[in-house]
Design a protein around this ligand. Structure first.
Ligand code: KDO
Length: 334
């Protein structure tokens, strides 16, 4: 008589061998590859959120996706991700209002300083009718689908040398680094500074060597990218409640079945929620951290900044292409 344990062991071994020669390679081949490219540094919440995305998909769709996370702009240069996604060379990224405004000009309303009030309002705007209308145009014109709205934080000025900054006039001649597009440079100029373009990955060295006098970013990014090591002051202008959008190339999204689409969307939303929660919490604690690091943290005349920046946008060509009534609709969103 066959010893039952030997029998079952042999059967199992046989089954395992069959699996390894036939089924496993074909299983591996059917995994959908999702490549992500972001300029975010590893210690920033909007970098860590991609691990939440990956883990969520592992759980909801085990073995179906191969999520590959590329940080520090190691796969695509900052700002080139939307074109890569449209071509189908990249599956996912987080794209800014500034990226979108290049192809959907009316989206520039969200590149304007002092437009969105706070992260709660930001979520309501983009999860409500305004978001639905604009995201439809984004999909049509950019061939990418926004899946979730990520609070990047509220942008503040961060200067190499201490300066008494009360109004935009005090920033005259300050060489302020901005990301490289005309919409970003316009924001820097609207703040009163001399805006100069530079990729995020080059900012630390620029501040260290003095090729720039300052940069603007939300406090959690100033911490994660260690800009506080090479700057002496933070000026709390709070000039832009910044958002980025987790977006997937339409080519990749349309190739998924309905259940997969739902799981990828849910994973993106879980990632955004993780970022938003942690970023808001950290943002509230960072003034103390920077003070301890020896930086001076000052508050300017916020009314002067708000009035001047808002007037600059209202009188610009950007405002002419904003959909009729959108500013009022944004203001009415609470
Ligand atoms: C930056 O370059 O200042 C910026 O904050 C712009 C954002 O749109 C986004 O690209 C961000 O950098 C990167 O994700 C790095 O944090």
């Amino acid at each position: 008589m066959t010893n039952p344990s030997t029998f079952s062991r042999r059967t199992l071994l046989g089954a395992a061998a069959a699996l390894s020669t036939v089924s496993l390679p074909s299983l591996a081949q059917t995994k959908t590859v999702l490549r992500i490219s972001t300029p975010a540094v590893p210690d920033d919440w909007h970098a860590k959120m991609w691990t939440v995305f990956k883990d969520a998909l592992e759980k909801s769709a085990p073995g179906e996706f191969d999520v590959q996370i590329n940080l520090n702009a190691s796969l695509f240069k900052q700002g080139t991700e939307p074109a890569a996604m449209a071509r189908g060379n990249l599956e996912l990224s987080s794209i800014s209002a500034f990226d979108i405004a290049k192809l959907v000009p009316e989206f520039s309303v969200f590149t304007a300083g002092y437009m969105v009030r706070d992260p709660e309002q930001q979520q309501k705007i983009f999860n409500g009718p305004i978001g639905a209308e604009l995201f439809k145009t984004v999909s049509e014109k950019m061939d990418v689908t926004p899946l979730a709205t990520v609070y990047l934080g509220t942008r503040q000025l961060n200067l190499r040398e201490v300066k008494n900054v009360k109004t935009p006039a005090d920033l005259k001649d300050v060489k302020l680094r901005m990301p490289g597009s005309k919409e970003w440079l316009f924001l820097g100029e609207a703040l009163g500074a001399t805006a100069t373009p530079l990729a995020f990955g080059e900012v630390y060295l620029g501040l260290k060597t003095g090729t720039i006098d300052g940069q603007d970013n939300p406090l959690p990014s100033v911490r994660a990218a260690k800009f506080y090591e090479v700057t002496k002051q933070i000026v709390l202008t709070s000039h832009l409640v910044d958002g980025i959008f987790i977006a997937i190339s339409n080519k990749s999204f349309n190739a998924l079945n309905a259940a997969q689409k739902q799981k990828v969307t849910a994973a993106a939303q879980a990632a955004a929620a993780y970022n938003n929660e942690n970023r808001i919490k950290e943002e509230a604690q960072l003034v103390e951290f920077f003070k301890k690091e020896g930086l001076q943290v000052s508050t300017p005349d916020l009314d002067a900044f708000r009035k001047s920046v808002q007037a600059t946008y209202q009188n610009s060509d950007y405002a002419k292409i904003w959909p009729k009534g959108i500013v009022e609709r944004i203001n009415a969103t609470r």
